[in-house]
Design a protein around this ligand. Sequence first.
Ligand code: GAR
Length: 210
Amino acid sequence: RARLGVLVSGSGSNLQALLDASGQEGFPAEVACVVSNVPTAFALERARKAGVPAVVVDHKAYASKADFEKALLEALRAAGVEWVCLAGFMRLLSADFLAHYTGRVLNIHPSLLPAFPGLHAQRQALERGVKVAGCTVHFVDAGTDTGPIIAQAAVPVLPDDDEKSLSARILTEEHRLYPLAVRLAVSGKVTLDGTRTRVDAQATVGELSL
Ligand code: GAR
């Protein structure tokens, strides 16, 4: 099974979805280690409870971004990580870092990209008045939420929604989408091909979507 390193900064509910998927027979990946840049992140508790090694690499403890990323890479290498999953990880990774894991870094974002990249995606969606929102898993490039898209899921925006209710509806889908996208990427059904994703011609619609 492919060894995942999951990078987190917060609650870690998407990490939990990947931990739960790892426990299922036939899932082609397992969480090998969790790295948080925030020492108090609840995600660390989730990792410990699941018996997965968890380490803190606090960006504030390093003089430069390059030093922070070097420490991140060391933690991932020590755990034999082959794929990196960003799950509510709130730091941007440099092209130098990404070059160590080309085509093997995934991120989940709470909007239907390319709409609403960056912070507070759900608030942006409400402010814009869209009637359909959702989430996206994509390969990570050096931009902010700009990398090639692996899979998406949509939810309705309801008239009475606020940021909290819409975020919760999207998050439920995130927890289904991230394991699906990891399965697609790790099994080679969806691969990075320059600035696009390539979908295996043998893959069925049923495999590719929720
Ligand atoms: C999720 O909604 C994730 O999509 C979002 O942060 C939340 C993390 O929740 N990520 C971003 O906004 C990244 N730009 P979690 O810690 O419970 O998985």
